[in-house]
Write a protein that binds this ligand. Structure first.
Ligand code: G4P
Length: 526
C-alpha cells in the first residue's frame, strides 16, 4: 500500500464557487482538459440548475441525474491528485454548497470581469471566512470589455472582505486583450482566442526585457511596467502562509473559455494550495496522517430511478485509509457497517475502489443508514463539527392529503431531511410540521419526491415567518420564561433543540432586547 503521508501531500481537494454565469463550469472543464481527464472542450455537463425557470422539473431531474457523476471530479496532474467538488449553481441549493465547502481544503472563486463581485459569491465567501478556507480568485472573461483591473481588486477587497494580491496581470481587456504577465513566475502569455489550445508563453528575463515591447508593442509594455510597479508598491509581497491562513487571496486574470490564464492558475494552485488539513471534531482535532480511518458524510444524493431507490452518501476521508470490505463504526447508530462496492470519483465516471486516502471522497451506497454529518471511524466515538444547519429563509406548513399514507409521508419527510434537502420544525403549540428551506425550489423538490419515491401526497399551507433561530441560555428560568411568553412561536428541530419562530424582524429584535440572558443563534451549530 502506498505511503500515507506521501498520498496526503499530493492531494488537493477544492471547490470552485461563483455566481451563476461567471464561468465555473467552463473553468472546471479547462482544468480537466489540463489533467487529461477529458479531451475536448464541451465534454462536461454542468451540475447547474440555473437558467431554467425555477419550476421546470424535468430539466432539474435530468440535471440531477448528471450531477452525481460530476459531483466530484478527480484527476491527476503533474504528480498531484486533484479533487474538484462541484457545487450547485442555483441559489435555492445554497445549503448543499455550504455543506460541500465543509469537505474542501481550499476554494477557487470565479468572478466575471465585467460584473465584479455578485451576490452569491459574497454569501459563499462568508462561509469560507467562517471556516478560514484559503481562497484563490480567478477574474474571468478578460476577452470581454470589463472593468479596470485595479477597480476589480478594490471591489474584491471591500466586497469579499479579504486582502488580495495579484499574481498575474492583464495587458488590456476586451477586444484589445493581449495577454497576461505572470507575476508569480515572471513570464508572459500572449492571448490567442482558442478554445482548445494552450496559449503561447514568452520567456522573459524580467519586466524590463525588451522582448515584451516586441510582443505587445511599446505603449502596452510601458503601461504594464507602470502597473506592475504600482502593484508592487501597493500590495505587500505575496506570502504563502498568509494565503494558507486565509488572510490574503491571490488573484489571477484570464479567460476560461479561451483556456487563457488557466494554466498559470493551475500551476500556482498545485504549488501553494493546502493538502488535506486537520479536521476539528467535537472531541479533538483529527490529523490526516493518523493511521486509523475517520470520515464524515457531507452529502447524500438520491438515486432518481424509482426502481433503485438507494442513495449515495459522499464521505470525506479525514484520516487514515478507508478500505473496501472492512467494518467501520457508524457513530450515530453505534453499529458496524461494511461496504463491498465503495466508489471513487474520477473525472466523469464512478468506479469501485479498494483504498481511499485523506482528501478523497468515497461514495457509499446508502439505504437510509446515513444522515448528513454522520461520522465513520474504526471505533472511536468522534463527531465532526462544522456541518451547521443555517436558519432557513422560507417556511410552509406541510399537510398530509392522503390519510391512508400517513406513515409513508412521515418516513419520506424523515429521509429527505436526513439528506439535508430542508429542515423540519414541529410547532409545540399546535403540533403542526413546518418545513424550512433556503429557496422556493425545495418545496417543489420535496412534494415531487414524496409522491414519486414514497407514494405520499402533501399540500403546502402558508405560514408567515421571518426567521427561525435556535435559542439557549445558561439561565434555565429565563429560558422557560421566554418559552412561556412565546408559547405559540416555539418549535423543536429534529434533534429536539428549542427553536424560536419569529414572524418579523421587529419581533426578533424585541425578543433579543427583552431577554438579554438568551442567546439567539442563526446556525444550528454553536
Ligand atoms: P457558470 O458555470 O458559472 O454558471 O458559468 P459557465 O461556465 O456556464 O459560463 C457562463 C457563460 O459564460 C457561458 O456562455 C460561457 O461560454 C461563457 N464564458 C465562460 N468563460 C468565458 C470567457 O472567458 N469569455 C467569454 N467571453 N465567455 C465566457 P453561455 O452562452 O451562457 O453558454 P454556452 O452556450 O456557451 O455554454
Amino acid at each position: 500500500m502506498a505511503n500515507l503521508s506521501e498520498e496526503i501531500k499530493k492531494r488537493r481537494t477544492f471547490a470552485i464557487i461563483s455566481h451563476p454565469d461567471a464561468g465555473k463550469t467552463t473553468l472546471t472543464e479547462k482544468l480537466l482538459l489540463f489533467g487529461g481527464a477529458i479531451h475536448v472542450a464541451g465534454a462536461v455537463k454542468s451540475n447547474k440548475i440555473k437558467k431554467t425557470a425555477t419550476s421546470d422539473w424535468m430539466e432539474i431531474e435530468k440535471q440531477r441525474g448528471i450531477s452525481v457523476a460530476t459531483s466530484v471530479m478527480g484527476f491527476e496532474y503533474e504528480g498531484f491528485k486533484i479533487n474538484i467538488l462541484d457545487t450547485p449553481g442555483h441559489q435555492d441549493f445554497a445549503e448543499d454548497t455550504f455543506r460541500t465547502l465543509t469537505a474542501v481544503d481550499s476554494v477557487i472563486i470565479v468572478v466575471d470581469s465585467a460584473k465584479g463581485v455578485e451576490q452569491q459569491t459574497r454569501r459563499l465567501m462568508e462561509v469560507c471566512r467562517m471556516r478560514n478556507t484559503p481562497v484563490i480568485i480567478f477574474v474571468n472573461k478578460m476577452d470581454r470589455e470589463g472593468r479596470d483591473p485595479f477597480d476589480i481588486l478594490d471591489e474584491l477587497e471591500s466586497e469579499l472582505k479579504i486582502s488580495v494580491r495579484p499574481l498575474s496581470w492583464p495587458i488590456n481587456g476586451g477586444a484589445n486583450f493581449k495577454g497576461v504577465y505572470n507575476i508569480y513566475e515572471h513570464n508572459l502569455s500572449l492571448f490567442a482566442a482558442d478554445k482548445q489550445r494552450v496559449s503561447d508563453r514568452v520567456d522573459i528575463t524580467d519586466i524590463n526585457d525588451p522582448v515584451i515591447d516586441e510582443a505587445v508593442g511599446a505603449d502596452d509594455a510601458e503601461k504594464l511596467r507602470s502597473d506592475i510597479e504600482l502593484i508592487d508598491g501597493v500590495y505587500p509581497e505575496f506570502e504563502e502562509q498568509d494565503y494558507l491562513d486565509a488572510l490574503v487571496a491571490p488573484v489571477f486574470f484570464g479567460s476560461a473559455l479561451n483556456t487563457f490564464g488557466v494554466k498559470e492558475l493551475l500551476d500556482c494552485f498545485i504549488r501553494i494550495a493546502p493538502s488535506p488539513r486537520p479536521v476539528q471534531a467535537v472531541e479533538r482535532e483529527v490529523v490526516p496522517t493518523e493511521e486509523k480511518f475517520t470520515g464524515f458524510v457531507f452529502k447524500i444524493h438520491a438515486n432518481m430511478d424509482p426502481n433503485h431507490r438507494s442513495c449515495i452518501a459522499f464521505v470525506k476521508v479525514c484520516s487514515g485509509v478507508f478500505h473496501r470490505n472492512q467494518y467501520y463504526h457508524h457513530v450515530r447508530s453505534n453499529k458496524q457497517v461494511r461496504f463491498a462496492a465503495p466508489t471513487a470519483f474520477m473525472a466523469q465516471k464512478k468506479e469501485v475502489i479498494d483504498d481511499v486516502y485523506p482528501g478523497d471522497i468515497v461514495g457509499l451506497p446508502d439505504n437510509g443508514t446515513f444522515k448528513i454529518g454522520d461520522t465513520l471511524t474504526e471505533g472511536e466515538l468522534l463527531h465532526f463539527k462544522g456541518l451547521p444547519s443555517f436558519s432557513p429563509e422560507m417556511f410552509k406548513y406541510i399537510e398530509n392529503t392522503d390519510p391512508m399514507r400517513t406513515k409513508q409521508l412521515s418516513k419520506g419527510i424523515e429521509q429527505l431531511m436526513d439528506e439535508g434537502v430542508a429542515q423540519l420544525f414541529v410547532n409545540q403549540f399546535n403540533n403542526r410540521k413546518i418545513i424550512g428551506t433556503v429557496g422556493q425550489l425545495q418545496f417543489e423538490v420535496i412534494q415531487y419526491r414524496l409522491l414519486h419515491e414514497y407514494g405520499a401526497s402533501c399540500r403546502w399551507e402558508p405560514i408567515h415567518l421571518y426567521k427561525a433561530c435556535w435559542i439557549e441560555s445558561d439561565d434555565k428560568e429565563a429560558l422557560e420564561a421566554f418559552k412561556r411568553r412565546k408559547q405559540q412561536y416555539m418549535a423543536l428541530d429534529r434533534e429536539g433543540r428549542d427553536v424560536f419562530l419569529a414572524d418579523s424582524g421587529y419581533v426578533l429584535d424585541m425578543a433579543q432586547q427583552d431577554f438579554p440572558k438568551l442567546k439567539f443563534h442563526f446556525t444550528s451549530e454553536f
